[in-house]
Design a protein around this ligand. Sequence first.
Ligand code: GLU
Ligand code: ZN
Length: 285
Amino acid sequence: MIVTRFAPSPNGPLHLGHAWSAIVAHDLARKAGGRFLLRIEDIDGARSRPELADDFRRDLAWLGLEWEEVPAQSTRLGSYEAAAQRLQDMGLLYRCTCTRAEIAALEPEIGLEGAIYPGTCKGENFDPSRPAALRLDCEAALEGAGDLFWEDENAGTIDAVPCQLGDVVLVRKDAPASYHLAATLDDAADGVTLVTRGEDLFIATHVHRLLQELLGLPVPRWHHHGLLLGADGKKLAKSRQSGERGWGLAEMREAGEDGRALAERLRMGQMPCGITRSRFPHGGS
Ligand code: GLU
Ligand code: ZN
């Protein structure tokens, strides 16, 4: 049974790029007679706006999609804490009190996901009066895990190279899990067999594969898809310059546009004027 999911964060309205992501995940499940899940990823602290989740449901229904909703991340904090505790017991987490500004001042190497944390706090005594995040000691984690790989329906068999992102945060200062830890645990708990999402999260999968190994979770397959790009050639963003066409789904819905027809056109590769779709992997057909 194929199980896919769409996992939006309610920190901004959904746009056309999210619609495409939801349609891809929905259609992959439907074609295989499988299940398509909706999971609200609402542990983003101050940025999370719970009222947006209702809008998301209206947006998906407007596109003509049907889904099963699984519990939102904010109801699963205990499972994140338990997993973090296990990793801590394995000696694989360390406390980091650094702020973004402090990390920037260290002039770190810039990787695909921005600054790579240079490991300053590893093995250091930390100041207990300062809030701390917990980071994964990637080298130590990999030592126990050995060589790992993962299967992407579009990109093929990929060697996992998780430490290219450095020692990522697994427990945030302001939340009991980071995206990496929460999404990996939830996909396993929800029985997701085909993790479907945009290629901007391809790089994160290296870390997720390592976490699965460390926590003894089932290993799904992945389907990373190309992104919808705006007139500037950049991926559509939740925020935009004033005066720019926003491609917000709620906006289009409220303006009386036909969501099902829009979804059909996207499926046929007919992008609205000003939008292009990137191919993934790049250079593929
Ligand atoms: N919640 C994430 C986002 O909105 C997506 C998570 C995922 O698909 O793995 O960007
Ligand atoms: Zn630090």
